[in-house]
Design a protein around this ligand. Structure first.
Ligand code: NAD
Length: 417
């Protein structure tokens, strides 16, 4: 375990990681404290030298000035995570709903104070163009539906936040990027883990060389999938099984934590013959990614195992892991290194955030300040290229070589929470 001194010094690093203020390229730092000049000054509660100031959230934007979102698809994620997350957001508000179920949408609209006139069907979706309250459309539909709804949303002149995986094939990803470019609107893929502070702390450690040269990345993201009738088990709607749905978290983490792009991939899939859940898609997938620096990522993902979520980046000087990783909450960061000839393991204390509020607020700040999102369409396209290569390798039994992406896949770093 950590010595007291080590723990203290690491907490310092952790709190530095948490410090507010924009990273380079994020624009005007004053933007993160809207109306700070108007804040009411309160007398200190604990006016004694041993009590530091209480940590409190920074001021939120007045409701009228927040960026308005239309949520498309009122399924599990939209209802359980995204709509509640507006309550934790600072710059974003829900102002419209798009659903195939008018009765459900009307109930949800009443719950969130959304006007009945701002409820749309999938057919009347394009009329969002005439709703000035909507600045961003958030696509939360089955994977193969993302492309058409992104293209239609861009034609309606709205910025787009699209759930992962971006789509089910490279051609659709390119079509989505091109439609948003043509309409001059922003496209962000909702890679929530890239905005989450513990993941960002590992990225920072890597960038600052704290792990030394990267050697190995290991990750797993598995869950036991139930209902065989759901769209996730239909190839045409999902684009694959566990790999594009949950394996993409391991794939994306290997890329954004290392900051590298793989040059060669190997994949293996298993699709049982006698399980009605897996008549169209794989149950299990394992894949290896080789990166230019010599880093090798070994990842596994599954739809048949008990929930298992873990990642570890191993460098020659230290390692950092999230166990569990990838979930909406309850992530745990640990890191180990050699100090004074002893192996010390440290658990930096970094507070959890609402990851959906965090990612939506990033999009909102990008819209308000005309910045490129940190995870634009190119980031989703690159994951799709690699996903295709993993499937190709699994089919042929050979490795597949990958050329570097044509354009940088990430925008400026997000501001820290
Ligand atoms: P879900 O099945 O719970 O919801 C899908 C919604 O799409 C439902 O409201 C459904 O009525 C609607 N829909 C419209 N046409 C449909 C069709 N032809 N077939 C099936 N549903 C149809 O799915 P979900 O879990 O909310 O996932 C939605 C998207 O969000 C997916 O792209 C998924 O990968 C993504 N997702 C992301 C996270 C994350 O952590 N970022 C978590 C879960 C899901």
């Amino acid at each position: 375990m950590a010595t007291a001194q080590t723990r203290r010094s690491f907490l310092k690093i952790a709190s530095a990681t948490l410090a507010t203020g924009a990273l380079p390229g994020q624009g005007n730092p004053a933007r993160q404290k809207p109306n700070a000049q108007d804040a009411v000054q309160l007398p200190p509660l604990h006016n004694v030298p041993t009590e530091g100031p209480e940590k409190s959230p920074s001021p939120t934007e007045p409701y009228s000035q927040r960026v308005g979102y239309a949520i498309v698809g009122l399924g599990d994620l939209a209802l359980k995570e995204i709509l509640p997350a507006f309550g934790a957001s600072k710059y974003s508000k829900a102002v419209a709903l798009v659903s195939g179920d008018k009765v459900k949408a009307t109930r949800i609209a009443a719950q969130y104070g959304i006007k009945e006139a701002s409820i749309y069907s999938y057919e009347s979706y394009d009329e969002l163009a005439k709703n000035p309250e909507v600045q961003v459309i958030y696509i939360v539909l089955p994977n193969s539906m993302h492309a058409d709804f992104v293209v239609r949303g861009a034609k309606a002149g709205k910025h787009i936040l699209c759930e992962k995986p971006m789509s089910t094939n490279v051609r659709d990803c390119e079509r989505m990027i091109s439609a948003c470019n043509q309409a001059n609107v922003k496209l962000m893929i909702a890679y929530r883990q890239q905005y989450e502070p513990m993941n960002r702390a590992i990225v920072k450690m890597v960038k600052e060389g704290k792990l030394g040269a990267l050697k190995s990345f290991v990750a797993t993201n598995a869950q036991n999938q139930g209902d065989p009738g759901q769209w996730r088990q239909k190839l045409a709607l999902a684009g694959g099984g566990c790999l594009p749905d949950v394996g993409v978290y391991c794939l994306n983490a290997a890329r954004f934590i290392s900051g590298e792009e793989p040059t060669e991939v190997w994949g293996t899939t298993y699709q049982p013959k006698d399980d009605p859940r897996f008549t169209e898609v794989e149950e299990t997938c394992s894949f290896t990614l080789k990166f230019p620096s010599g880093l090798i990522a070994s990842c596994s993902t599954g739809y048949g195992a008990h929930r298992s979520q873990f990642l570890r980046m191993e460098g020659e000087k230290a390692w950092a892991e999230l166990n569990p990783a990838f979930g909406y909450s309850g992530l745990k960061l640990r890191t180990a290194k050699l100090e004074d000839a002893q192996n010390v393991t440290i658990e930096p204390m970094i507070e959890s955030v609402d990851q959906f509020a965090q990612e939506m607020d990033h999009m909102s700040v990008c819209v308000q300040q005309n910045l490129q999102p940190h995870t634009p369409g190119e980031e989703g396209l690159q994951d799709q290229r690699i996903t295709d290569a993993i499937y190709k390798s699994a089919k042929t039994g050979n490795s597949v070589k990958l050329s570097p992406p044509a354009k940088p896949t990430r925008g400026p770093d997000p501001m820290e929470s």
